[in-house]
Design a protein around this ligand. Structure first.
Ligand code: ADP
Ligand code: ZN
Ligand code: ZN
Length: 830
């Protein structure tokens, strides 16, 4: 038997399966998706089996055997192996990089050196006695690292023994994290001996009597530590009972359950509203059909999308299939988790980045071991190793966090559609403000061919219970200034806040942080502090009084005088939210504010704690950045204020208007979700901008119509797709030459395919290659950066062309190599 193995070396030259011989002892166990250790050059590396066959691509005599099979149950499944291949092609990364993205960190094994005694006789002569004793007799292997740290004084003897062959060496792959095991006490199956013994134990064995009595009464099993605590006994008493065979003492695998200490109240399905029922029926039909299908659930905030998700999942589970629910990382609050755990209890695994890697590993294993049927999580939960997926839900599908920013730079939405195709599953994309790409695809008339199925559009235009959308008032801040109001609060927002305080209601204040970051400026000469390694401004951190670069981590002390003109009029602008908080305290003495931004949410669970406090009405105002806009549902919030709505409009990003509209709509949706009516105040310097005008009217359709006109005129998605290729090197002339060669090569390939055409030239396939030009951030970490933007439309495999154009740049001495980074469907072009 031959195994084709993708070995964990992420270089382009080694991006293909290698052949290994499967030792007969492994034949019964090995499967596609198994994790193995393989000899590779002089090392042992981890790899995944992609195929089992009896044909080798190389001479059989040169085949090496697999050195180990790492898990009894393969961590990956054949469909995931295939999906990884697809990822590597679409997103131009190596197969192994794609595979690594699918497994928990705990399984990213690393090689470890082991040593053992080769020949007992020789060892007695050659090794210091305590060393020989510790290692043990031949056949046993110990970690070299542990040996050396235990006996540092014998380092030379060990080295000599290895050289002379007294000690043998072996490499093995070790997981980064072990499964946690706990010593647990059991009552033996046949209790009679224990019962008899209990009656006969002498009085001086009081402790043993107590332990045995306790166990017989409660039945067990019980972790040893808990038994000791409950009975006031000690480990030796328990052990001596175990030695007599009266109790069993065994190691038991323990799962770290991040929600172990929380009880979730069971909730029953709500009777659906008419709008919900219609949508639910469509989804259920798709699940029942067992054919891949994508649907866009376009429901306004408060339309009850979550209840539709829950009942659709229920339907899916009843059909014996599994469901994956993706939510933006930031919405994985207890509120959201509660809704799913409350309905499905222990059938739910939760995966998000705030869990420790041990907790995440254990949640992941619940999926792999078929103990749960629902996985809810952020982006990477799309790789949950389920075997029969019936439904994939992506809530807030427009969120940019579904795009991974490092390799593999995948978008969870596209991966979901692909995975659904493999499983015959339904995909439900839910949002109040769908991305233009999704919406445009869903509202196109049904195509003639069944092949290119577009997502179906499922609208839910009304809020549950007929609650109105909150009225939005737009305040022109230029007028405020004209009237002599220099505060960051308009008179209306000030008055509205005061009213909420009087009535004991709550407010949410959003500071649009993008483009509002903190910086340092000299008022005398206009100097701004920039990073010495990157072409961007440094950010001021008030707590540590340091200036930091967000791209390379460079940090320096904030200067007291201007480095350029020595003036003392240098100003540090603290985070926007801090300034708002200070202003609030000044205007409303005694006001209780919870501030939620990157600074206050670094600690584990900080985010959840702050929200809980706010939910318990321990504060009047929840003030924050984008974080406060998402998914919160608090009944006493009746005012939402947006400070500086348009800071994100002026960014050099073709999605700027879309992001602004989405943000305003989302945050406005936080107000008046229950019995109390809500109100929204939006402060802006650009009240006439269509993103703000349409957000005020909750008018998604008009926004989209206007935005599509702009995108069409500028040649941006959804009218085409983009690939961004960024190249970097320390030497500018070399970078310039190489990037020119790359883009010329790509144009040539496109020409050859007959697709090198202006996008506006009609229908069908077309591709433009723009650049190379200097990137918007022209230097990062002392490397210059150039970029090419590829725009294309129609049914053409642009990724394949880019991969081919990259081939000539794969080798060469490393220091001369230009680094290429490919971003397919980029979210930002920086
Ligand atoms: P969305 O996610 O669309 O913004 P939610 O799912 O949060 O909306 O629902 C808004 C509110 O309506 C929630 O408090 C939810 O409990 C309630 N709700 C949803 N569906 C129903 C229903 N069928 N009957 C009564 N209340 C409902
Ligand atoms: Zn100055
Ligand atoms: Zn920097």
């Amino acid at each position: 038997m031959i195994a084709k193995v993708i070995v964990d070396v992420p270089s382009r030259q080694t991006d293909r399966p290698f052949d290994y011989e499967v030792p007969s002892s492994m034949e019964e166990w090995i499967e596609v998706g198994s994790r193995v250790g393989v000899p590779f050059g002089s090392r042992v590396l981890q790899g995944f089996v992609t195929r089992l066959t009896d044909e080798a691509d190389i001479d059989r005599r040169r085949l090496k055997p697999l050195s180990e099979l790492l898990d009894p149950v393969p961590p990956l499944l054949p469909d995931l192996i295939e999906l990884a291949k697809w990822l590597s092609e679409k997103y131009c990364c190596s197969w192994t990089t794609a595979l690594q993205a699918m497994i928990p960190t705990a399984l990213k094994g690393k090689a470890e050196r082991l040593v053992g005694i080769q020949d007992d006789q020789a060892a007695v002569l050659a090794l210091p006695p305590e060393l020989a004793e510790w290692i043990g007799t031949s056949g046993k292997f110990v970690k070299l690292e542990t040996l050396l740290s235990k006996y540092p004084e014998h380092a030379r003897a060990v080295k000599a023994a290895l050289r002379d062959g007294v000690l043998a060496e072996r490499t093995s792959i070790r997981d980064r994290l072990a499964i946690r095991k706990v010593l647990t006490v059991f009552v033996p199956e046949d209790e009679s001996a224990a019962r008899e013994a209990l009656a006969k134990l002498p009085a001086r064995a009081a402790k043993q009597r107590e332990v045995l009595g306790f166990m017989l009464e409660h039945g067990g099993p019980l972790p040893l530590q808990e038994l000791i605590a409950a009975t006031g006994s000690s480990a030796p008493s328990v052990r001596s009972l175990a030695e007599k065979g009266l109790l069993d003492l065994r190691e038991v695998e323990q799962r770290r359950d991040p929600y172990a200490d929380r009880a979730f109240e069971r909730t029953e399905p709500l009777p659906l509203t008419e709008g919900q029922r219609e949508v639910y029926a469509r989804i259920a039909r798709a699940i029942g059909a067992g054919e891949p299908q994508t649907m866009l659930l376009h429901g306004v905030t408060g339309s009850g999308k979550t209840e539709v998700y829950l009942q659709s999942i229920q339907y899916c589970l009843e059909r014996g299939k599994q469901a994956i629910v993706l939510v933006p990382e930031i919405s994985l609050t207890p509120q959201m988790v509660e809704r799913f755990k409350g309905r499905f209890g222990d059938a739910v695994a939760v995966l998000h980045s705030r869990l420790s890697s041990g907790e995440r590993y254990d949640e992941w294993r619940k999926i792999r071991d078929r103990q749960v049927q629902v996985a809810i999580g952020a982006r990477s939960a799309i790789f949950a190793p389920f075997e029969r997926i019936g439904l994939i839900i992506i809530d807030e599908e427009h969120e940019s966090s579904y795009k991974q920013e490092e390799s593999p730079k995948y978008h969870a939405r596209d991966v979901a559609v692909r995975r659904a195709k493999q499983h015959g599953a339904a995909v439900v994309l839910g949002s109040a403000t769908p991305s233009l790409e999704t919406y445009a695809a869903a509202s196109r008339p049904a195509p003639a061919s069944e092949q290119s199925r577009e997502p179906a559009l499922l609208p839910m235009p009304d809020r549950v219970g007929g609650r109105p959308m909150p009225p939005v008032t737009v305040v022109d801040m230029r007028e405020e200034l004209k009237d002599g109001n220099r505060s960051m609060f308009s008179r209306l927002l000030h008055r509205s806040l005061a009213e909420r305080l009087e009535r004991g209601e709550q407010s949410v204040l959003l500071l649009n942080r993008r483009g509002y970051s903190t910086f340092v400026m000299c008022r005398s000469c206009g100097y701004t502090a920039t990073c010495p390694h990157c072409d961007i401004s440094l950010t001021y951190h008030q707590k540590s009084r340091a200036l930091r670069c967000h791209y390379c981590g460079h940090a320096e002390q904030a200067p007291a005088a201007c480095p350029s003109c020595q003036s003392e009029h240098i100003r540090y602008f603290g985070t926007g939210t801090q300034r708002v908080e200070e202003e609030l305290a000044k205007l409303f003495p005694g006001i209780r504010v919870i501030r939620m931004d990157v600074d206050t949410t670094t600690e584990k669970n900080a985010h959840e704690k702050l929200l809980k406090q706010f939910g318990d009405r321990k504060a009047d105002v929840l003030l924050g950045t984008q974080m406060v806009a998402k998914g919160l549902d608090f009944p006493y919030v009746t005012l939402v204020g947006v400070i500086a709505a348009d800071t994100s409009l002026n960014l050099p990003d073709f999605r700027a208007a879309e992001r602004t509209f989405q943000l305003l709509t989302q945050v406005a949706g936080r107000a008046g979700r229950h019995h109390l009516p809500g109100e929204v105040v939006v402060q802006t310097y650009a009240p006439e901008h269509y993103a703000i005008v349409t957000a005020k009217k909750h008018d998604y359709a008009s926004f989209v119509a206007e935005e599509l006109r702009h995108r069409g005129a500028m040649g941006y998605p959804p009218y085409c797709r983009l690939i961004l290729v960024t190249m970097s090197h320390e030497q500018l002339p070399l970078l310039s030459t190489v990037s020119e060669r790359f883009s010329a090569g790509l144009r040539e390939l496109a020409e050859h395919e007959g697709v090198l055409l202006p996008l506006g030239s009609g229908f069908g396939r077309a591709m433009e290659v723009l650049g190379p030009v200097a990137s918007p951030i022209a230097r990062m970490k002392d490397r210059y950066r150039f970029q090419c933007v590829i725009k294309y439309r129609g049914n053409l495999d642009a990724s394949a062309l880019v991969r081919k154009a990259l081939e000539p740049f794969a080798d060469g001495p490393p220091q001369r190599q230009v680094q290429f980074s490919v971003d397919v469907d980029p979210q930002v072009i920086l």
